[in-house]
Design a protein. Structure first.
Length: 487
């Protein structure tokens, strides 16, 4: 981490002629890139460090090309000589997804989705003009090979993880047929590849800006529309999907300067909806089932319900019998239930008591009478308390949280904790139990145990909607504010 910070500081100094006033480490996303926010007097900029030089080159080339056409993408400000580090315009940290989750399905949110799709049409058509696709990160075009890769991603990381029988050769034959069918699309322009509300930033003036388009290539514009409208986490209403598709087709038709055969466009769109739904299931399977990241597991039921609605209501226009049989198996009630956690309701008596404590003062006593629960020892993780600047802080201070997330194996530790605790919570809800106690201890009860207790409380609330009593023994003694942070 320090080497990254040094490289960023050096690049900033060579660009600005001075050190940044403050450097903020941003939380890591799904990729291996690391992001930092550099603070100036009245402005902030984003610094990126990426070990994948080819990926950096692609992003920088696309950004510069789109910027010349006044499209809503990042302005690249400076690039290091080895292209491992670059500075770019800061669009803030409010995404369209964040606005959707805060406001719900309001007129304002619909307007922002429509505005984003209109801007997408401009990016696809105008961005395609003069673009050198040899700079693409992987394939230059989303053709048969790329479609097969998405289908196989679903097969290996989700379908095969179900451990249910199917005819592997017949499924591959159907994949081949579907890939051939979708390759012969009527329109091909720049394809964003991962166009979803999380990658659309919204500023205070409601201007929209795009990030994370380095995976782009030439391809069918319908794929990007499918990616946005069928994003599992957004879970848009069916009437929104239909109306926004029409809004997009209107904008797209106005830019290609010719009439749009909407029936053909819709049929091909349906095919790409399916491809995108399966690619997302593969991603959730990889991140959740193989990498054991709990937040991705909770998205699988939504993705399966999306797939079920599509399977029941749309036609592909091509016969793929084994593929259809496999899809029918994936959206069966028992598979959906397999990934859908049992959730508490107002009548559920269970209260999960979560404590952080110091081993110097002893483990909290369980007074419920039946002794159910866990005690997790966080002392095997690196201790922020040994660092001078953190000694008077606690596990809710941002700098401490950043250290724990970036310098320790807390995430791996918590994934294992979640696996164990989830079994008991689901069982206790089902059996009508009233109390479960979970304790996290560390040396001083101030940093690691506090962070872990907060993380588990968030996880259980999000996944099981269960009642939580959260107590930080050391902090409560010192009258520190006991509010669960949103991070």
């Amino acid at each position: 981490m320090q080497s990254m910070i040094d490289a960023i500081s050096e690049l900033y100094k060579s660009w600005r002629g001075k050190e940044p006033e403050r450097l903020e480490v941003l939380p890591q996303s799904g990729s291996e890139r690391r992001y930092f926010r550099l603070h100036e007097k009245n402005k902030t900029i984003i610094a990126t460090y990426g070990a994948n030089i080819k990926e950096n080159e692609t992003f920088i080339y696309f950004s510069n090309h789109f910027q010349k056409k006044d499209l809503p993408v990042a302005n690249i400000l400076a690039v290091s000589d080895d292209i491992s580090t670059y500075l770019q315009e800061d669009f803030g940290d409010v995404s369209l997804l964040k606005i959707l989750e805060a406001e719900g399905f309001t007129n304002n949110v619909y307007f922002l989705f429509k505005k984003s799709l209109e801007a997408l049409a401009h990016l696809q058509t105008q961005g395609d003009e003069g673009l050198n696709y040899h700079f693409c990160l992987t394939n230059t075009e989303f053709g048969k090979q790329a479609i097969m890769a998405d289908l196989l991603y679903f097969k290996y990381y989700f379908l095969d993880a179900l451990r249910r029988p199917y005819d592997k050769q017949k499924l591959i034959d159907d994949f081949e047929a579907l890939s051939n069918y979708l390759t012969h699309t009527e329109y091909k322009y720049f394809m964003f590849r991962d166009f979803q509300s999380r990658n659309i930033m919204v500023k205070e003036d409601q201007s929209i800006h795009f990030i994370d388009y380095q995976g782009g290539m030439k391809g069918a514009p319908q794929y990007d529309v499918a990616s946005m409208l069928w994003q599992a986490r957004a879970n848009l209403p069916d009437e929104w999907k239909e109306s926004l598709l029409v809004d997009y087709m209107n904008a797209f038709e106005g830019l290609i300067h010719s009439s749009l055969d909407r029936n053909i466009f819709r049929n091909q769109y349906n095919g790409y909806v399916l491809i995108r739904l399966l690619q997302v299931l593969g991603a959730y399977g990889f991140r959740g089932l193989f990498e054991r990241k709990a937040q991705f597991l909770t998205s699988i039921p939504l993705a399966l319900k999306n797939l079920k609605w599509f399977f029941d209501n749309q036609s592909l226009g091509i016969a793929v019998p084994e593929f259809s049989r496999v899809l029918s198996m994936c959206i069966s009630n028992d598979v959906i239930e397999q990934f859908t956690p049992l959730q508490a309701n107002e009548q559920t008596p269970l209260i999960v008591k979560i404590n952080s404590f110091s081993y110097k003062k002893g483990i909290p006593v369980d007074e419920s009478g039946h002794g159910g629960g866990f005690v997790f020892d966080c002392r095997g993780l690196l201790n922020p308390g040994r660092i001078e600047e953190f000694r008077t802080m606690h596990g809710r201070d941002k700098s401490v949280m950043d250290y724990i997330e970036q310098q320790t194996k807390m995430n791996e530790f918590l994934n294992s904790v979640f696996d164990l605790v989830d079994i008991s919570v689901e069982d206790y809800i089902r059996r009508g139990k009233v109390s479960l106690m979970i304790n996290f201890g560390c040396t001083g009860g101030q940093h690691r145990s506090v962070y872990a207790a907060d993380a588990l409380a968030r996880h259980l609330r999000n996944k099981f909607k269960v009642k939580i009593e959260l107590k930080h023994c050391v902090q409560d003694e010192r009258n520190w504010v006991n509010l669960l942070p949103e991070k």
